[in-house]
Design a protein around this ligand. Structure first.
Ligand code: 4GS
Length: 234
């Protein structure tokens, strides 16, 4: 899949997407990531991307011209255009799954007070929020989203890194994990995990997932299969 990111801060993207599973997916050709500077689509000497809001008030607004030019230059037939902002729909695993099946994502990272409303109306397919807090720009939401989507691309995870069994794939939180040693500073691994009884272990894990989800995230238990993107054992 191809992902283009439009940003005023391309430097932010070096680092998180150059390591680990995302880097491996890029090297393997599963992900073609292009980070594009919005200022490349300006024509004035100062490379102006923002201006003062009509009607007054604090902060600056991203001008429509560079964004329209950039999206029109990068967009293809099958492109989904995504804008990050706190006013968007909350990002979750089912969205990551849906986007992992797309051929081309074009991500617009908002900055300053926001973007001219005509960008939203004319260019954007999905407006997405990473959560109810205010960031300095949309770079981090884009990085998080690219990470979550890339690991779901077929072939991105090794056999030891399955995306089937983990938190949210079944709409539940993960059960507790343990590794050696069986006793550490007086704290013991639950006996059942040492027993070798696979059916018992599966039952214990399922129960722990349920308990943990009921206690910490009861909202997840009320989500439908469509919302979680996975069926859950009953
Ligand atoms: C988010 C967020 C965000 C809002 C960008 C103020 C600069 C900032 N974007 N999820 N202007 N939360 N964006 O805080 O997506």
């Amino acid at each position: 899949m191809r992902i283009d990111v439009l940003t005023l801060f391309p430097e932010m993207f070096a680092g998180p997407l150059d390591v680990s599973i995302v880097q491996r997916a890029r090297v393997a050709g599963l992900l073609d990531l292009r980070v594009v500077n919005l200022r490349d689509f300006t024509h004035d000497r100062h490379k102006t991307v923002d201006d003062r809001p009509f009607g007054g008030g604090p902060g600056m607004v991203l001008k429509p011209e560079p964004l329209f030019e950039a999206v029109e230059a990068l967009r293809q037939e099958d492109t989904k255009v995504i804008l990050f902002s706190p006013a968007g729909r909350r990002f979750d695993q089912s969205m990551a799954r849906e986007w992992a099946a797309c051929a081309h994502l074009l991500m617009i990272c908002g900055s300053y007070e926001g973007v001219d409303e005509r960008v939203r109306e004319a260019l954007v397919d999905h407006e997405v929020s990473l959560g109810d807090y205010v960031l300095t720009n949309g770079g981090l939401p884009a990085i998080v989203t690219i990470d979550a989507v890339t690991r779901l691309l077929p072939g991105a995870l090794g056999d030891d890194e399955s995306s089937q069994d983990e938190s949210f794939s079944q709409g539940l939180l993960e059960y507790p994990h343990y590794t050696r040693p069986a006793e550490f500073r007086g704290m013991n691994v639950p006996e059942v995990l040492l027993s070798g009884h696979h059916a018992e272990i599966t039952k214990w894990r399922r129960e722990q997932s349920r308990l943990r989800t009921a206690e910490r995230r009861p909202d997840l238990l009320n989500k439908t299969e469509n919302e979680t993107g996975a069926s859950r054992p009953t």
